[in-house]
Design a protein. Sequence first.
Length: 399
Amino acid sequence: MPSNQQNVSDLVIAGGGLAGILAAWRCLGTGNADTVTILDAGDNIAGDHTWSFHQSDLSPEGLQWIRPAVAHEWPSYDVHFPAFSRQLPHPYLSMNSASLRAAVAPLITQGRLHVVTGRKVKGMRPTSILLDGGEAVEGKTVLNAMGFKPSANRVLGYQKFVGQVVRTAAPHGLSAPIIMDATVEQNDGYRFVYCLPFSEQEVLIEDTYYEDGPALDKADVIQRIAAYAVGKGWQVAEITRTESGILPITLASDLDRQMKTENPGVSRIGLAGGLYHAVTGYSLPDAVRTAERIGSLKTLTPDSVYTAVLDYRKEHWEREKFFRLLNRMLFKAGTPQERYKVLQRFYRLDEELVAGFYRGDITFRQKARILSGKPPVPIGAAIHNLSERKFLKRMRSEH
Ligand SMILES: Cc1cc2nc3c(=O)[nH]c(=O)nc-3n(C[C@H](O)[C@H](O)[C@H](O)COP(=O)(O)OP(=O)(O)OC[C@H]3O[C@@H](n4cnc5c(N)ncnc54)[C@H](O)[C@@H]3O)c2cc1C
């Protein structure tokens, strides 16, 4: 039930990134919150990102309510591997920090969404948030959406990248995104370049690495982006934006143990709740679905929100089991230089399977299809890493 009490929002969200903003937007949209407060340590909410997703990642309703934040849309996308290239006729969409902020701006103007920036959250309880400096912000219920934090209950690999939006001197000729161009030199892990053509002469070029550790030499990667542009015959007239990311890729996780380390009764959403695709690191589809779960509750209370989010996290953990297994194959079973073969083989499979993979929703039969045939990793190493429980135990004893 919306609050009438002055200065106490129905929902107070710590962290104004993708997950926090989507949850606020959805609850204000469905009306189970009259007012929401977002607290963020940064200068602005939404940071400085581009978030892309496949249309088939979301339900038609999910796509409909976030559509005002969509900045770009393409009807298909390409992948390139040493052995083949392929175009998949699946719509691909992008939002960015500016388009997301613009979508929720009317709620701020109406006084329903309160945004407090430059304030660091120090502690959380089910109905209050403690700020650095000692001040407490009360809410009918609260959410932790403060992004990724490492945990001893997850074994990770990393997807690291630097992306630059460049303006080319002449039309670059790309009409569809390149989701993976793995024809580039392979180094210490799986490497590919990702391109999003925003206009005839504007393209985001992102050089990405799947590696064991989080170190990222940005200057080196920026040079490789320049070399990639040259290889494509693109003359860069201007670099308009640079972004970088070090995203967690989960090889194994223990949700039960993780829950015991978290503040009782405080729900975690987004990366803070481990809600991202284990292989791709994409979190937008889970952030939309979590927002919908919370937004569909009749009444927002600490209990109702906690139960809804916990249920979602459990379902997500179950659903992602297979993807964590694939990561153990990708990171632990093969040599880093050969990792691209796993993806190369995967992208030869049928379109529906590829779409289901990104959505995080594939059938038993489709899982068997992914694992069948001549495995691109040594069978002994694959079997050694099959059991998540044993893998976690082994990793814990090694560290
Ligand atoms: C460059 C980049 C590109 C990405 N591209 C995609 C993509 O194309 N598609 C996709 O699905 N995913 C993508 N991701 C992955 C993922 O979707 C993003 O990381 C996403 O922003 C995660 O959302 P979140 O809300 O969980 O965390 P964040 O967006 O990181 O938000 C966390 C917020 O919490 C705030 N915060 C943290 N600690 C505190 C504190 N103590 N007090 C107050 N505030 C705090 C931060 O300032 C931040 O605003 C990308 C990630 C990056 C970094």
